[in-house]
Design a protein around this ligand. Structure first.
Ligand code: FAD
Ligand code: SF4
Length: 508
């Protein structure tokens, strides 16, 4: 009998487990553009356009490969506008009662599929290197889950950059080489842009009319929407930007939003590229002597280490993960995150580029927007919704552990042993933001003092009971305690006043 084969918008891989288990002669592929997915957080228009256009292209690819595809367009009059609704509609039309799906990367959708009256088989998503059960076995009995140890297992498992049982270059991790600032360089290669084709143009017009008012610019739209585009983006990165990836990984420049980053996360997360092929390409560049070991190792660690690790955490921690709030933070998300004016140049730039291109690199997300939200005590659920909405690559399995865990420490240390907080000095060292800022990064108090300098100590003081005993933070408390008492009082009072202005919606 005919079965329905569900292919979601981030499952655009021809070797997807659901497709491998299906028979093109009898089964029907179901793909659906639905309002429910476009709106449950206010996604950036470029992200919606990317997903819809990539889905439409992928449906063509499947048809070309001999599949029958029932494709629901967003503006089809009969569209029920939800994934379970579309499955039910296709089931009623065809008489099918069984659905095969690859497990979605989000608890919300898993639960929605399980709740349909259809017989749904959820297959593991084996596009990842580490399965949920393998991760659970690795985590079993460990007091703390540390990415570094998980990563070494993944290196052994894949054999990437290994010489026998030892890591190539004699070290697992070359991160100490990857903490350099960068200088503006007009010759730095720019990531490729892909001109919209007719399918994308149609989608852009649709997004413009159906999702007005979402934060972010829709045009110019330059993301790749097919596997061929994604491979071209990978090739461009590996041939041009990769050699400097390591050195520039943590740097921020206000006129160069992408530096030597890969900009391939959306393609990986949609399934247009697989993690192993990306890492094999990077490893081959290193083997051929074209890129230094710190660049290749650092990059591969992000993919087979961090990316797989956070996915393992998401499924291990369970559906309530996004509601965690260990530090009890409850501030509303300040309007500056949606583009309201701020005098803080680093935030204004990071948010501005996010609106323009739906992209910011890791250190901008972690040490500018994330750091500020954590220091200011913003409710982590609101921070999570923001990151899920505004970035081109944001899907809950990867976004939530990065936001709730790594960035906001709301999971109480599952992802990170200590919170990622810093004063303005870190931002000043790693970027060129501070020179153009109305605040003075060197001033520790007073009307011109950089707000990060005030809030850093304010945060540490608020959470002293929790963190003073952490060996990796004890030094900061000792530094604070040695400061002049009057200075400490002033810093805390000015921090209070800054937060009060933030709450009142006054310009900051
Ligand atoms: P590069 O810097 O070139 O890195 C290469 C690849 O490594 C990326 O494409 C990505 O696939 C992988 N990678 C790197 N760091 C991580 C990480 N911490 N977790 C998982 N994969 C990683 N990444 C997402 O893919 N989706 C998200 O929704 C997302 N939300 C984030 C939220 C916060 C608060 C933070 C701090 C980080 C988040 N990240 C997220 C991780 C990281 O910032 C992005 O993967 C990266 O910026 C993507 O751009 P790139 O391809 O140029 O990456
Ligand atoms: Fe950001 Fe402070 Fe530097 Fe201004 S001075 S750019 S607020 S770190």
């Amino acid at each position: 009998a005919m079965r329905l084969i569900l292919v979601l918008g981030d499952q655009l891989t021809e070797t997807l487990s659901a497709l491998r288990h299906a028979d093109p002669a009898t089964d029907l592929v179901v793909m659906a553009e639905v309002m429910a997915e476009g709106r449950y957080v206010p996604h950036h228009p470029q992200k919606i356009a990317l997903v819809l256009s990539a889905m439409r292209h992928f449906a063509q690819t499947l048809r070309g490969a001999g599949w029958r595809v029932a494709y629901s367009r967003l503006d089809d009059p009969d569209n029920s506008q939800s994934i379970p609704g579309e499955l039910l509609r296709r089931a009623a039309a065809t008489g099918a009662t069984a659905v095969i799906a690859t497990t979605p990367g989000e608890w919300r959708l898993i639960h929605a599929l399980e709740a349909t009256p259809l017989r749904v088989t959820l297959l593991p998503d084996d596009r990842f290197l580490c399965s949920a059960s393998e991760f659970a076995a690795w985590a079993e009995g460990r007091k703390q889950l540390r990415m570094e140890f998980f990563y070494r297992e993944m290196r052994r498992k894949t054999g990437l950059m290994m010489e026998g049982d030892s890591p190539a270059g004699g070290q697992w991790n070359f991160d100490h080489d990857n903490r350099k600032p960068a200088k503006p360089d007009l010759l730095r290669p720019r990531p490729p842009r892909f001109a919209p084709d007719a399918v994308t143009d149609e989608v852009l017009a649709l997004v413009e009319t159906r999702f007005p008012g979402h934060f972010g610019r829709l045009r110019p739209f330059g993301w790749g929407v097919t596997r061929a585009d994604a491979l071209a983006a990978l090739d461009h990165f590996a041939s041009h930007a990769l050699p400097r990836f390591g050195d520039e990984q943590d740097a921020m420049l206000q006129d160069d939003p992408t530096l030597s980053h890969a900009l391939i996360s959306p393609y990986l997360n949609l399934g247009l590229l697989t993690p192993l092929e990306v890492c094999q390409r990077v490893s081959a560049e290193w083997q051929a002597g074209r890129v230094p070991v710190n660049a290749a190792e650092g990059f591969i660690r992000q993919i087979i280490g961090w990316r797989e690790f956070v996915r393992g955490i998401y499924f291990l921690q369970g559906p309530d993960y996004t509601a965690r709030n260990t530090l009890g933070h409850d501030r509303a998300l300040p309007p500056l995150y949606w583009g309201a004016n701020t005098k803080m140049n680093c935030l204004s730039r990071a948010v501005g580029q996010t609106g323009d291109m739906a992209y910011a690199h890791h250190i901008q997300r972690l040490m500018v927007t994330g750091n500020f939200a954590l220091l200011a005590g913003v409710d982590p659920a609101r921070v999570h919704e923001w990151y899920l909405a505004v970035y081109i690559d944001a899907f809950e399995w990867v976004e939530a552990p990065n936001t709730i865990g790594m960035s906001q420490w709301a999971d109480g240390g599952v992802v990170g042993s200590k919170p990622y907080v810093s004063s303005g000095a870190y931002i000043d060292r790693m970027s060129d933001y501070c020179g153009g800022c109305a605040y003075r990064v060197k001033e520790k108090s007073g009307p011109d003092a950089c707000p990060f300098n005030l809030l850093y100590w304010h945060f540490l003081t608020r959470h002293r009971d929790r963190f003073a005993g952490n060996p990796r933070m004890a030094q900061m408390y000792r530094t604070w305690d040695k400061m002049d008492a009057a200075h400490r009082t002033r810093v805390l009072a000015e921090g209070d006043a800054f937060l009060a202005r933030l709450s009142a919606g006054d310009p900051v």
